[in-house]
Write a protein that binds this ligand. Structure first.
Ligand SMILES: [Zn+2]
Length: 253
């Protein structure tokens, strides 16, 4: 491991007493981010720790209400330092639900970290108007929908009122449609994490975890058979809730 990667991992988890309250979960997130993969490289480069001017990615936890939650136990948000000013600096927050952290397995927390990191990346890319996302995307229509929802979302975050038709649900839908294009990346990174932790689980296990939180997308319905969806859902839920027949272990707390 290079020094730069350690710095990156040391710096991103900074909010309040997250590490004190959740030391075991903090280790899981660190180990997830230390896993070598192109997705992790993208995140490390985007939230570049060697660059003082780069945008921060900050992990935290609180008791989230059902309406605030992403479907998988955490949420990613853009936080402007000076709400009301559209040019103010911002950071990206990934916020885990405290209850979720106590019952979820390590494999679930790792997969949620990767999922939320893609949200974080998309928020950053939209805010900075990164062109290459369009090139990297296999479906530019998804990007256009995402961009439109983002403009609404940004107005909502800064001014407190949406420009036109912003709702949390349609913004979340657009995000998740795009995240379906990252499923393979999430699955292969998670597999690498799992193997580093000594697990021997098949590809289908990791695919199931990578589809977590994407149940309301078109791709979930169109790309997967009913049987596959049920199988994935069962695997995902066992790990999420830390109940039989989960393969991972939870931290307690
Ligand atoms: Zn999500």
């Amino acid at each position: 491991m290079e020094v730069g990667e350690v710095d990156f991992v040391d710096r991103i988890i900074v909010k309040g007493d997250f590490e004190i309250a959740f030391p075991c979960q903090t280790d899981i997130i660190r180990n997830t981010l230390e896993t070598e993969s192109s997705l992790n490289a993208l995140i490390a480069n985007t939230f570049d720790m060697d660059d003082e001017d780069s945008v921060d990615l900050i992990y935290s936890s609180e008791a989230l209400t059902e309406g605030e939650l992403d479907l998988i136990g955490a949420k990613a948000d853009i936080v402007f330092y000076n709400p009301g000013n559209p040019n103010s600096l911002y950071y990206i927050s990934v916020n885990f639900d405290q209850d979720y952290l106590s019952y979820a397995t390590d494999l679930s927390i790792a997969s949620v970290t990767l999922h939320e990191n893609v949200h974080a990346y998309l928020l950053y890319a939209l805010e900075e108007n990164e062109d290459w996302l369009i090139e990297g995307s296999s479906d530019n229509i998804n990007y256009e929908i995402l961009l439109e929802s983002y403009i609404d979302y940004r107005a909502y975050k800064i001014y407190g009122t949406p420009l036109k038709s912003f709702t949390a649900m349609n913004f979340s839908f657009a995000h998740h449609e795009v995240i379906t294009e990252f499923v393979e990346e999430i699955a292969s990174t998670l597999r690498e994490y799992g193997e580093n932790q000594g697990y021997t689980l098949g590809n289908e296990f990791y695919n199931a975890m990578a589809w977590g939180g994407l149940k309301e997308t078109l791709a979930w319905t169109l790309d997967l058979t009913e049987q596959k969806r049920q199988q994935y859902e069962n695997i995902f839920l066992s790990e999420h809730l830390g109940v039989y027949p989960a393969k991972g272990t939870n931290c307690g707390n």
